[in-house]
Design a binder for this molecule. Structure first.
Ligand code: ZN
Length: 314
């Protein structure tokens, strides 16, 4: 069968204050703010995209910063941790940096023979940095992070499920993922070429309460597909499985379909084209508010409702 799913495309989460979100992801973590737009379904809220220089699939972290909004709760039926990839030996730099900003972290632990640290962002969203010698992707070079320790993109996405079986069935039988390894209650899958950015981890017997959506929780996880044709092909496969899949929706920087996996997590499959340079020069990505055509006529009103934000070197 043709390669219909390559691995991760983006992760979208809910945040509170927009400037605090920019300070955390562009400032502290040193990702590029590569698109400043609005939530296409609620244009009084920003949609902020961070990633590598061009917003390569597998590097794109996006947020809806709703301002005053209740915190969510991590739990079953949720993506719980977004892991980013950093070079081998970089964790000392990151632990010092987190201390500098009074961010508490769990001390380094090992998983599948790689070391990682774990902490929460300012809204309580779970983040991990995994040190790996096997990630050749170029990093975005920001003012405060030396290139030899900078984030390369995603490493893996951890899904917490009450029971993992049906999600694993979907991933392996319809979504072209392969079981790579198991350690304790964690199952690691990979898609496409594999490697950092193409993994998904499932924890399959999560106890306790269900996750509750709010600030500091993941809204959805998007997988990458090459073209509109491969997207329609995987859509047919998902429909045949009995999943309720949306029609293709134009998200300006990619085209998307959405569906809920059996454990309750919202999945998306996004096309790699057209990408973030479609409405902004590659060198000035993220510097001005970009609106999709349907909102351009309301720009003045929309801008009035958005608090100004800026990338600050911190
Ligand atoms: Zn999305």
């Amino acid at each position: 069968m043709a390669n219909l799913i390559n691995g991760l495309h983006h992760v979208t989460a809910i945040a509170s204050a927009p400037q605090a979100n920019v300070d955390f992801y562009a400032g502290i973590l040193g990702l590029r703010l590569l698109k400043k737009t609005v939530n296409f379904d609620a244009p009084d809220v920003y949609h902020l995209y961070y990633g590598d220089e061009t917003g390569s699939p597998g590097s794109i972290m996006t947020f809806f910063p709703f301002g005053h909004i209740q915190r969510g709760r991590r739990g079953a039926g949720q993506m719980s941790y977004t892991a980013f990839s950093v070079p081998d030996g970089a964790l000392n730099f990151w632990m010092e940096r987190l201390k500098k900003f009074n961010i508490t972290f769990e001390p380094p632990a090992r998983r599948f023979n790689e070391e990682f640290i774990r902490f929460d962002d300012n809204d309580g969203l779970g983040i991990e940095l995994v040190a790996t010698a096997n990630d050749a992707r170029p990093a975005w070079i920001s003012a405060s992070i030396p290139p030899d320790v900078a984030i390369r993109g995603f490493y893996t996405a951890t899904l917490q499920e009450r029971t993992g079986d049906r999600t694993i069935d979907l991933l392996t039988n319809q979504m072209q993922h392969r079981l790579l390894a198991q350690e304790g209650d964690r199952y690691r899958f990979e898609a496409g070429a594999g490697g950092a950015g193409n993994y998904v981890d499932i924890i399959g017997a999560v106890q306790g309460g269900n996750g509750l959506q709010g600030a500091g929780t993941i809204h959805h996880l998007a997988f990458s597909t090459d073209t509109s044709e491969t997207q329609l092909a995987i859509r047919d496969i998902l429909l045949e499985k009995g999943l309720e899949v949306t029609p293709v929706i134009d998200r300006q920087y990619f085209h998307s379909i959405y569906y809920r996996e059996p454990g309750g997590i919202l999945f998306e499959i996004a096309t790699n084209p057209p990408g973030f340079a479609v409405d902004e020069d590659k060198n000035s990505l993220g510097t001005s508010l970009k609106l999709p055509p349907q909102y351009e006529a309301k720009r003045a009103l929309i801008e009035q409702h958005l608090e100004p934000i800026a990338v600050r070197a911190i």
